[in-house]
Design a protein around this ligand. Structure first.
Ligand SMILES: C[S@@+](CC[C@H](N)C(=O)[O-])C[C@H]1O[C@@H](n2cnc3c(N)ncnc32)[C@H](O)[C@@H]1O
Ligand code: SF4
Length: 399
């Protein structure tokens, strides 16, 4: 399920991925758990319901992840990298909370055996409210998970219904309290712009969200992904189209309410105590992504795994599960720095813009429109510029 993966170079036969940009970065891990109870109508992530996944059992899949972990440390040491302790680990999905604490514990333990963890490593689990209980949260804390990221999306039952989420809004607050009680840092994901969602409904969601007192909130504008049930429903007129102007208003409302509640904005869709794991992606540090369709980046080598859990699992049994490799050249690296860093509060260094030979005229235009500002040799987006950041990047790269 989900969109196709890019085609790349073949994985090297000698299993050596030579460093292209040094080996001085911290090391991060992503583990993809591709199981969901039901598929939400808007989602095109690489995830499968029991009916879709057929013969792949959670246990076989779990064993495949452990094999890939063992394989990866051999690849890294055989390629001349020092074995670095893990700075951040993120269990994402899919629905990682469908895995038992024991299954997660054995993945954490395999990673510990191969790499070890930094003393203050951030270990996050993405969870859905309907598959999480206070007891489970306690078990998670005992296996070393110290951050919970819960997919809440909305506190309006009608919006949840449109999104085809299966949980009730009332489930969320007791779970967040339970997570705090066992010492987990807490974050929730929200989505704005669902068809039919009013500004009042979104305000209610934001107010209920800040009531929870989580340390972090992500608020994503709903993307209507081609091929999803939602895209078909919009095309057939069964549900109304999304509205870009209303979305911009909702982003601004989120910024006002979240900032006032003490959650400072730091990336286009994120407020509060920054997720160290996401920062590693934005800063192009090194990470290994385990599981079907997971992407990795190791010192300028980007590679991604076979997408389907069955083909992934079959490959891991005998060889690499990598489907394709790309070597990042200097120009691509600079373009990615612009794309990722301009989304953040710190913005992008002027040296990157100079190296990319960005048109001073285009840049001046964005300063004049108050979409961009420059301070201490860094260019960053204003509150209005945030709404158009993708278009600004495209414009800077093509003018
Ligand atoms: C893929 S989900 C995985 C975690 C968990 N299963 C959940 O649903 O919360 C991660 C986050 O991606 C966001 N997401 C997924 N599809 C999206 C879309 N089409 N537009 C915007 N955000 C989306 C949701 O906010 C969700 O919390
Ligand atoms: S639960 Fe999360 S990953 Fe699963 S289908 Fe819904 S949004 Fe996608």
């Amino acid at each position: 399920m989900g969109s196709a993966l890019p085609i790349g170079l073949a994985w090297p036969e000698d299993d050596v991925i030579a460093p292209l940009f040094g080996v001085d970065k911290s090391f991060h891990v992503y583990v993809h758990i591709p199981f969901c109870e039901v598929r939400c109508g808007y989602c095109d992530f690489n995830t499968y319901t029991a009916k879709e996944i057929g013969s792949v059992s959670q246990q076989d899949f779990h064993n495949a992840i452990i094999s890939e972990i063992e394989r990866s440390s051999k690849v890294l040491s055989g390629s001349g990298y020092p074995i670095r302790p893990i700075s951040t680990l993120f269990f994402g999905g899919g629905t990682p909370s469908l895995f038992s604490a024991d299954q997660l514990a054995s993945i954490v333990s395999a990673l510990k055996d191969q790499f070890d963890f930094e003393k203050n490593a951030e270990i996050t689990l993405e969870a859905n409210p309907e598959s999480t209980t206070a007891q489970y949260l306690e078990e998670l804390s005992q296996v070393g998970i110290n951050r919970l990221s819960m997919g809440v999306q909305s506190f309006d039952a009608d919006v949840l219904k449109t999104l085809e989420r299966v949980h009730r809004p009332e489930l969320v607050a007791p779970l967040v309290s339970a997570a705090k009680n066992v010492g987990l840092a807490t974050s929730i994901d929200l989505i704005y712009g669902a068809p039919g969602e009013s500004i009042e409904s979104w305000r209610h969601t934001l107010e209920a969200a800040v009531e929870l007192g989580t340390g972090h909130i992500s608020a994503y504008s709903l993307i209507v992904e081609p091929g999803t049930k939602l895209a078909r429903q919009i095309k057939s007129g069964e549900v109304p189209e999304t509205d870009d102007d209303l979305d911009a208003e909702k982003h601004q409302l989120a910024d006002n309410i979240l900032s006032e509640a003490g959650l400072a904005w730091y990336e286009v869709s994120n407020w509060g105590e920054p997720s160290r794991h996401n920062q590693a992606y934005w800063r192009s540090f090194d990470w290994w992504g385990y599981g079907p369709g997971a992407h990795s980046h190791i010192s300028g080598n980007r590679f991604w795994n076979l997408k389907h859990p069955l083909t992934y699992q079959q490959a891991v049994a005998t060889k690499t599960p990598v489907a394709g490799v790309e070597h990042i050249d200097a120009r691509t690296r600079l373009e990615e720095m612009l794309m990722l860093e301009l989304r953040t509060k710190e913005g992008v260094s002027t040296s990157v813009l100079e190296a990319l030979q960005v048109s001073p005229h285009a840049l001046e235009g964005f300063f004049a429109q108050e979409f961009l500002v420059i301070k201490n040799q860094r260019v960053s987006v204003t509150a209005t510029g945030r709404l158009f950041v993708d278009r600004i990047v495209l414009d800077l790269l093509t003018n």
